[in-house]
Design a protein around this ligand. Structure first.
Ligand code: SAH
Length: 350
């Protein structure tokens, strides 16, 4: 059995693809030796493509106002315990200024989904950041929007967009979201973004309620179809004020394993070691890097709002200042043999 699994890993590395059956064996195998072997192969491929470089993205969580009611998410519309906030353009620009001084050359503007900011306002914010920091990349992560809106943001200077598909299986999608949301529309948004010319990031949660190994395989197949530039996955973590409060948090090992499989399947991809990983283990982000991730996204949001952007319980880094986060991460990254680089960190051509 051991030999077979090793062959699967090798073949995934050599051809970036294996059969569903082989993926099933790999994902469902929980031996530590196999996991270590997988991480090592992924790290080798990561070093071939990106050396020891780790790209940093300054994350600005500019509003937690959301019209969606995703059953897993702490800032869902129906959670009345959330203290809702939004940052003004001025406040967002201040976050960028601080980030720029700290060496960030990518800003990720993320929020709940709402029409609180009109397209004109979003475009104005993007344009103003771009005008001030022309060498920086701006990433938007503000959810599902009409194609025309995406087009306008792009024209204003946004070049990247993050929109996780969350799960590529229709039934599973419908168990995680209310009937007003649809997987088809989410996928359509992703293809629209690609078509417009964005560098696109998608991804899924690992260990979300009702998820099966087959679902994870479908996630990988969908990503093969989409060919995204960035792939963000994070462990599902329970939030006490959601309908899923009684489900348990996903597994660290499975998340690391999926990161490694993604690295082998998509050698060129930008793969973050997420805050969710750092939340479920004190060294989760370091382990994510060792398993093949090459991006980290420290928080640049003002400290006074960080606790309010609580997608899941016990989210880390909600009490620190941006400068502290950067220093802390720098040490963590160096402790496992990689180094932060202060560039835009665009994707390799693929
Ligand atoms: N509204 C934007 C940003 C959402 S928050 C959008 O829809 O794209 C960013 C990501 O956090 C989501 O895509 C989801 O994958 C993740 N997330 C939400 N709730 C979570 C939870 N309980 N555990 C882990 N990740 C979660």
């Amino acid at each position: 059995m051991q030999i077979v699994i090793q062959d699967i890993i090798q073949s995934l590395e050599d051809t970036q693809n294996v059969s569903d059956n082989e993926l099933y064996l790999l994902i469902s195998n929980s031996s530590n030796d196999v996991n270590l072997e997988l991480y090592n192969h992924a790290d080798k491929v990561r070093r071939l493509n990106y050396g020891t470089d780790v790209y940093i993205r300054g994350l600005i969580e500019f509003s937690n106002i959301c019209q969606n009611d995703c059953y897993y998410c702490g800032i869902r519309k129906s959670n009345s315990n959330v203290d809702r906030y939004f940052l003004s353009k001025q406040q967002i620009l201040e976050c960028c200024e601080l980030g720029y001084q700290l060496g960030y050359r990518t800003f990720v503007l993320q929020s709940g989904e709402s029409s609180l900011y009109s397209d004109i306002e979003i475009c104005d914010i993007v344009y103003s950041i771009k005008e001030k920091y022309p060498e920086c990349a701006i990433t938007l992560s503000i959810g599902e929007k009409p194609r025309e809106s995406y087009q306008e943001y792009y024209k204003s200077g946004a070049e990247r967009y993050l929109l996780r598909h969350e799960t590529a299986n229709n039934q599973h999608y419908n168990r995680l979201h209310p009937a007003s949301m649809s997987l088809d529309y989410r996928k359509q948004c992703l293809f629209n973004l690609k078509d417009i010319g964005y560098q696109v990031g998608s991804g899924f949660m690992v260990g979300s309620p009702y998820q099966t190994v087959e679902n994870l395989i479908e996630d990988l197949r969908f990503l093969q179809e989409l060919q995204p530039d960035m792939i963000g996955i994070g462990t599902y973590i329970t939030h006490k004020d959601t309908p899923f409060k009684n489900f348990s948090t996903g597994s660290l090992d499975l998340t690391l394993k999926m990161i490694s499989i993604l690295r082998l399947m998509f050698p060129y991809a930008l793969i973050p070691s997420t805050t969710a990983l750092g939340t479920i283990s004190p060294i989760g982000r370091e382990l994510g890097l060792k398993a093949g991730a090459n991006v980290v996204m420290p928080n640049l949001s003002p400290t006074m709002v960080r606790k309010k952007y609580q997608l899941y319980d016990n989210k880390i880094c909600t009490g620190e200042e941006a400068g502290e986060c950067k220093e802390c991460l720098k040490k963590r990254i160096e402790s496992v043999g990689y180094k932060i680089v202060s560039s835009r960190g665009d994707v390799k051509s693929h």
